[in-house]
Structure formats: structure tokens, C-alpha cells
Design a protein around this ligand. Sequence first.
Ligand code: SAH
Length: 227
Amino acid sequence: MFMEDFNRLRKELVERLISEGLLRSEKVIKAMLKVPREEFVPKKYRSYAYHDTPLPIGYGQTISAPHMVAIMTEALDPRPGDKVLEIGTGSGYQAAIIAEIVGDEGHVWSIERIKELADFARENLKRTSYIRRVTVIVGDGSKGYEPAAPYDRIIVTAAAPDIPKPLIDQLRIGGRIVIPVGDRYNQRLVIATKVSKDRVKREYGIPCIFVPLIGEYGFRESEEGDF
Ligand code: SAH
């Protein structure tokens, strides 16, 4: 497939997500029109890059479906200049979308527990030049990433039993966190705003299914096999 084909398919997908009411704001629309999803999926799946579906990226993990990226990014509402923490780098695609929006004044710190995926994401982000706005860290993101805190926005792209306490601590007052919360098989998107030092106000979004957040404030690794 040629680049012109990918550009056309990307435009068609974005138009569909707009008509479905999932993409609403100009900045998220522009970012999804610009970031080449084909550069973030494994080579053998490139021709499926603009099907609105999750795709395997190895190690039992997936790149989220475009409609889920649209919904989560709209809910997160990153602004130019924001400092954003992402838990679950995966392919790096969601990080690139946020990097496109926060611009040169902002920055994204993204944590991935699987080293090989962190390397895959770094390569993808290098090839697309977003690496200068994204720092990929290998570790347990359920504990957040203290060195760059506080963050204006936090996005978790894996399912958690509840909002991990360290993430609330590392969020700026007035800041926002978007996270799928539930059990290992069914979750709801939670959009929480930090209203005081240790209190968040929660809003509930759509039902969703994410791979589990494995870590100290997530699910236990020993249960991973039954996912
Ligand atoms: N945002 C990604 C999709 C993420 S899939 C994208 O755009 O492609 C969820 C990812 O979360 C997986 O890669 C998984 O390995 C990772 N993950 C699970 N638990 C984690 C943890 N505690 N810390 C960091 N990453 C974690």
C-alpha cells in the first residue's frame, strides 16, 4: 500500500469518527489526521491500520482501536503546553497523538512495563519524529512517575481495579485523569478531576475492555495467565 492510500484511509476514518460524534474538538481531529497509525502497528498489519479495531502488537498486548483513542483523547482534553503522563505505552500511538496536541511547549512521559514494547514504541516515535516530545520509561506505571510530577493530565491505557493512589498524588489540582476502571474483563471509562489534595470528582463514561494494568496498584501478575 502506498502513502497516498494511507492518507486517504486515515482521512476517511477520521470523517467517520466525526460523523459518529466521537471526534469533536478541532485539536483532536487535527492530531488524528496527522499521526500515521500505520507506523505504529507491526509491519504485517499495516494494511489494517485504518480498520477501526485493536491490533496485536506482541506480548499479548494491543494497540487500541482508533475510536477508543478518539474517545479517550477527547475525554483527556490535553492542551498545548501540558505535561502528560501515560501509563501503558504499547505501540506509542496514543502518546504520539497527545504529543501532537501538547506541542513543543508540552511533554509526554509514557511508562511501559514490557521492555521490548518500550523499544518498539521508541522506534515508532523516532521514525515519526515525536520522540522529542515523548520520554518512554520502562517500569510499573501503576506507581506513576514521580520525577516529572505533578502532571496536568494522566491517561491510563490499561484496565485498573481502581484509580491508583500514586496517580492521584502526582496529578496537579484541577488536573484530569482518564482511566478504565473495573474487573479484568469489563471496565468503565472513568474521567476524574482532582479537586483538592486528596480528593477527585469522578464522571463515568462508556463501558470498555482493556488489557490489565499489571503492577503494585493494578492487578497481580500471577493472574495474567487467565486473561
Ligand atoms: N496506549 C497503547 C496501547 C496500550 S495496551 C498504544 O497506543 O498502543 C496497554 C499497555 O499497558 C501494554 O503494552 C501493557 O504492557 C502495558 N502495561 C500493563 N501494566 C502496566 C504497568 N503497570 N505499567 C506500565 N505499563 C503497563
